[in-house]
Structures are given as structure tokens and as C-alpha cells.
Design a protein around this ligand. Structure first.
Ligand code: FPP
Length: 250
């Protein structure tokens, strides 16, 4: 019996095709609050555990050969959460960025933060600069942390930048195309996500990478983010590898 179970566990690793990996994976790190509630802990404990899991999954993804990992850490809509929770999340973010050496260790991880800078404290802005600068030459995997990020807000900002160009005469209306909009998004230095993972049972995009996910494959699961493991990541990727991506063609 145990033998069969063990074999099944190993299978998922054996099924992985390392020559057909998604280049860019997005993760909506959901279910932290439910994870904490189940254990009688404050929601902030779920976020703390979620941050630890992110650390491990980033390393795992890098070792597997994933080039870009974009995670949703705080949305432009999350400001409406109770003040205490927002405060705890911002504190966690400062600690996390401050202790980025623990996150990257001797791994070749480049850390970038995407999202609006409006409303972020001077302290966070300073930490962002430090971590981005310190890791900018690392290249095995880029971890993009979406902080104060909203997909619609990002598109509006892109359109406004282009409109400024039209106004000052540097861009003609005929020149505006999809590439120009993409080039003016926060994500302009990376390919669109091939694969988006959302744990915790919800099946929605919640304003995450709206423009970029036009042809992304999606994977949902009931696992809360703080329980997410390398095996779950591999299981998800194996599932992705069974999909037939057609990008609107046949
Ligand atoms: C959604 O779960 C999660 C968030 C809004 C925050 C995600 C943040 C982290 C995983 C940790 C912080 C990351 C960094 C980079 C330090 P939820 O709170 O909505 O959970 P629920 O749906 O179960 O209530």
C-alpha cells in the first residue's frame, strides 16, 4: 500500500518535461487568511507563512529552470482591508525586502517590484531601490513582486504615457499598437505569463496581469498558499504541459 502511494508521489516528478517549461509563471498567493483561521491564528500569521513559502517556491522554480515568476503580494484594492491587516502586510513587506539576502542566499535571483509607487511609504520605496539594485545582475530567475499592483491601473498608466506622446507630437495615433501598450506596462522587460496558478479554491483573475494574460493557461487548486509545496508546483506544470496552446490559431 505504502509502496503504491510512494510510487504515485514520485510519478509527478518523473512526468515533468524539463524541455517544455513555462518561461513565465504568475501566482496569485491566495488563502493566507483561511490558512490562519483554520489554526486559530491572526490573518497576519497566514501572510507571514505565505512569505516563507514564496521564498522556497522561488528557489524551487529557479532550480527547475523557470525564468520569470510574478507573484501578487498586494493589490491596489487591498488598501480597503482592515487598517491593522494592511499595516501588518506593509511591515512584512519591509522586513522581507530588508532581509532579501536570506531570500536570494547564494542563488542567482533578480528581484523586481512591479506596481504603483503611489501611497507606498518612503521606507518601502527605499528598500525596493536597494533590493532591485543589489540583485540587478542576477539572471537565473527574476522574481517580480506585484506590490500595490492593479491590472486596470497599469493599463490606464500605459495609455496615459502614450497620450502624452501624442500630445507632444512624438507619437502619431497610427503608430499606437499592442506592442506600444505592452512596452509601457510595468512588465515591459519580460514575456507574457504562460501559466497562472491560483491556489485556495477561487477561480478568478482579481485584476492580476489583465493585459498580459490574454493567452495564459490557468491552474486552480484548493490548497491554501501557505501549504503550497514544490510538489504542487510540479503537479501544476505537468498539467500545463498537457495543454495544447493555440493562441487563437488551430
Ligand atoms: C491573499 O490571501 C493574499 C494576500 C492579499 C497577500 C499575499 C501576501 C503574501 C503571501 C506575503 C507577502 C509577500 C511578500 C513578498 C512579503 P487572503 O488574505 O485574501 O486569504 P483569504 O482569501 O483566505 O482570506
Amino acid at each position: 500500500m505504502f509502496g503504491i502511494f510512494k510510487k504515485k508521489q514520485e510519478d509527478v516528478f518523473e512526468q515533468l518535461d524539463t524541455n517544455n517549461l513555462p518561461v513565465h509563471i504568475g501566482i496569485i498567493m491566495d488563502g493566507n487568511g483561511r490558512w490562519a483561521k483554520k489554526r486559530g491564528l491572526p490573518r497576519s500569521a497566514g501572510h507571514t507563512m505565505g512569505a516563507k513559502v514564496l521564498e522556497q517556491i522561488t528557489r524551487d522554480a529557479g532550480h527547475l529552470g523557470i525564468k520569470y515568476l510574478t507573484v501578487y503580494a498586494f493589490s491596489t484594492e487591498n488598501w480597503s482591508r482592515p487598517a491593522e491587516e494592511v499595516k501588518a502586510l506593509m511591515k512584512l513587506m519591509v522586513e522581507y525586502l530588508d532581509d532579501y539576502r536570506r531570500l536570494i542566499g547564494d542563488e542567482d535571483i533578480c528581484v523586481r517590484i512591479i506596481g504603483s509607487k503611489e501611497g507606498l511609504s518612503e521606507e518601502i520605496l527605499e528598500k525596493i531601490k536597494i533590493v532591485e539594485d543589489a540583485t540587478k545582475n542576477n539572471s537565473a530567475i527574476t522574481l517580480n513582486i506585484a506590490l500595490n499592483y492593479g491590472g486596470r491601473d497599469e493599463i490606464v498608466k500605459s495609455v496615459k504615457k502614450i497620450a502624452e506622446g501624442v500630445k507632444d507630437g512624438s507619437i502619431s495615433v497610427d503608430e499606437i499598437d499592442e506592442k506600444m501598450i505592452s512596452d509601457n506596462l510595468y512588465t515591459n522587460y519580460m514575456p507574457d505569463p504562460d501559466f497562472i496558478i491560483r491556489p485556495s479554491g477561487e477561480q478568478r483573475l482579481s485584476n492580476f496581469l489583465l493585459w498580459q494574460s490574454a493567452y495564459s493557461e490557468f491552474w486552480y487548486s484548493d490548497i491554501n498558499w501557505p501549504d503550497f509545496t514544490k510538489k504542487d508546483l510540479i503537479r501544476a506544470i505537468v498539467d500545463y504541459q498537457k495543454r495544447n496552446r493555440r493562441f487563437g490559431g488551430v
